[in-house]
Design a protein around this ligand. Structure first.
Ligand SMILES: Cc1cc2nc3c(=O)[nH]c(=O)nc-3n(C[C@H](O)[C@H](O)[C@H](O)COP(=O)(O)OP(=O)(O)OC[C@H]3O[C@@H](n4cnc5c(N)ncnc54)[C@H](O)[C@@H]3O)c2cc1C
Ligand code: SF4
Length: 524
């Protein structure tokens, strides 16, 4: 959608109320938007601003996708009869921050009431709260009507003690009566079918490709470049493939349910050079922008189970991601911000290797996961956790730099979900608030779950020596250097027992190898 065609409010017109809609609040079913009649005194505002494009170095597809979806949403609202004012990135009136733009609009349109939906990011919530305190008009913050756990309730509960995700998830299943029998017990007699869901993918069944909505976003990309926004990765502007509207997101969901969900559970933890997406949904962008509601995604999966199209283990594994993990990390975020983003209990300080930004490393697993992320702005969970995250953890990379990388590179990355996943789950920088042990793995994990090691420049079975897989020595170095904190963790007892069984000479050679690699991370 060309900037010239975006909806604009008549300059001299007064409105009683201004309602701000943020770029990740494209929820067409929000109660604000049920009926345009009797809303002639309400001005809806959306804006593209540099404070949002520049707070981190974003992937080109992320900036393009969010702006394109916002533009489509604004036009649909205007067509439905709402009064909408859209400030494009290069608009002459654009002062490039929420506060400055709101202030100007409120003056221009004699606004006496300001409202917004609860932002998902602490940074934005803070900025708007500070603005509201000084703007001199009444303000109201309403629910975004998207999440399944009540924010105030979960923040209070998690501020005292963060439960293990598994117990939180069981409570959510009970609250929403999902996959329970008449007695309120879990279907199949167990809450968690993880043990059935950890298979390597042998290449069969074939992994389906994702839907390919084709959007020509070259004009928007030209605007972004002309404004001087710097991005990373490939824009793919001529044939942009992510869903940008609710209708496209619904079609994407149905495609997933039919073609990928039946095998989602079994190959949830698998990785392969042959498929960057395997049986994953690719729904996080649409969900995080609120084009889809999490309950409609869950209901679609449950319907497939009820029709006999997917197994209980699969549907349970999928529901757990959305009803469990997604809601749980949000609870951790809101209960523990802003302190959470400073946590670094392992005191990791090394710089992120330069090849995280290019994919140019000899380690095949990292090369594949990073190159894919640069071209698609997507990697699936196990690539994020056990390849890129795992290496950063073992090598002791500064979590601030790891966070900035994850927050920038993925199209679905918004701080409320990125930060707990990265700093907590992946980097253990929160000391175990989110997970009961670090997700650390050596080459044996990668070679068991993927085909990356075949043809890699390094040898997955070697702990030391010139061609030894770096993950092996770094894995032991990590556990050795953090033994004070980790050795008493019962979930790591076997790991430390295995280390203790190695001869002193073998241990010394392994640690020496890790030191060699740590001294030349950029060259690996
Ligand atoms: C280091 C790291 C960083 C991450 N950063 C983000 C991020 O910025 N944004 C984001 O949405 N997810 C993030 N995740 C979680 C997860 O990797 C992505 O949600 C998932 O890969 C998105 O792809 P998909 O839709 O194909 O997911 P699928 O594997 O098909 O899962 C279905 C849905 O479940 C939800 N989900 C699954 N796992 C998680 C999780 N751990 N936390 C929250 N929701 C989950 C997502 O909404 C996802 O769309 C991160 C995970 C790690 C380990
Ligand atoms: S050998 Fe090591 S670096 Fe190479 S793909 Fe396997 S795990 Fe990755």
């Amino acid at each position: 959608m060309n900037a010239a065609k975006l909806p604009q409010a008549p300059a001299g017109q007064s409105f009683r109320r201004l309602r701000l809609i943020l770029g990740d609040q494209l929820n067409a079913r929000h109660s604000w938007l049920r009926d345009a009649s009797e809303q002639a005194d309400t001005l809806y505002v959306l804006m593209e601003i540099r404070s949002e494009t520049d707070y981190v170095w974003h992937h080109a597809q992320k900036v393009l996708g969010i702006f394109a979806a916002m533009r489509g949403f604004a036009c649909a609202l205007a067509q439905a009869g709402f009064v909408v004012h859209y400030i494009s990135l290069g608009a002459a009136e654009n002062r490039q921050s929420f506060a400055a733009n709101l202030s100007a609009l409120m003056q221009r349109h004699q606004i006496t009431e300001l409202a917004w939906q609860q932002p998902d990011e602490w940074r934005v919530a803070q900025h708007l709260r500070e603005f509201a305190a000084t703007c001199g008009v009444q303000h109201q913050i309403v629910d975004s009507e998207h999440f399944l756990a009540d924010q105030a309730q979960i923040s209070t509960q998690f501020a005292q003690k963060i439960p293990r995700m598994e117990f939180f998830y069981r409570a959510m299943r009970r609250q929403y009566q999902i996959l329970l029998d008449a007695a309120g017990q879990p279907l199949g007699g167990q809450w968690n079918f993880d043990a059935d869901n950890r298979q390597r993918w042998p290449g069969n069944p074939p992994a389906p490709s994702w839907p390919q909505p084709q959007h020509d976003l070259r004009a928007l990309w030209d605007e972004i470049v002309a404004a001087g926004v710097t991005t990373l990765g490939e824009p793919q502007a001529a044939a942009f493939n992510w869903p940008l509207s609710r209708r496209e997101a619904q079609a994407w969901l149905q495609h997933f349910i039919v073609h990928a969900l039946p095998h989602f559970g079994a190959y949830q933890d698998a990785m392969s050079r042959a498929s960057p997406t395997l049986f994953h949904a690719g729904l996080s962008f649409a969900l995080n922008l609120k084009l889809l509601h999490p309950m409609e995604v869950i209901q679609a999966a449950l319907a497939a189970y009820q029709q006999g199209a997917v197994s209980l283990a699969t549907v349970e594994g999928f529901v757990r991601q959305i009803l469990g993990w997604r809601e749980f990390v949000r609870g951790v975020y809101w209960a523990r911000m802003p302190e959470y983003r400073q946590l670094n209990v392992l005191s990791h300080q090394r710089d992120l290797p330069a090849w995280y930004w290019t994919g140019q490393t000899n380690m095949a697993c990292l090369q594949h996961a990073i190159s894919q992320s640069l071209s698609l702005s997507y990697a699936h969970h196990i690539q994020r956790l056990m390849v890129t995250g795992n290496f950063a953890l073992l090598a002791g990379i500064d979590p601030d730099q790891v966070d900035a990388w994850y927050l920038g590179i993925y199209i679905d990355a918004f701080e409320w979900v990125e930060l707990p996943n990265t700093r907590g789950m992946s980097q253990y920088a929160d000391g175990g608030l989110l997970g009961s042990k670090p997700y650390a793995g050596s080459a044996s994990y990668i070679s068991k779950m993927s085909d990356y090691c075949k043809g890699c420049a390094y040898q997955p079975k070697l702990r030391h020596g010139e061609m030894a897989c770096p993950l092996n020595s770094l894995y032991w170095h990590f556990h050795h250097r953090h033994a004070d904190r980790l050795a008493r963790n019962p979930r790591l007892a076997m790991t430390y027992r295995s280390w203790g069984k190695l001869s002193t000479a073998e241990q010394a050679a392994t640690l020496a190898q890790a030191e060699i690699y740590l001294a030349k991370l950029d060259a690996l």
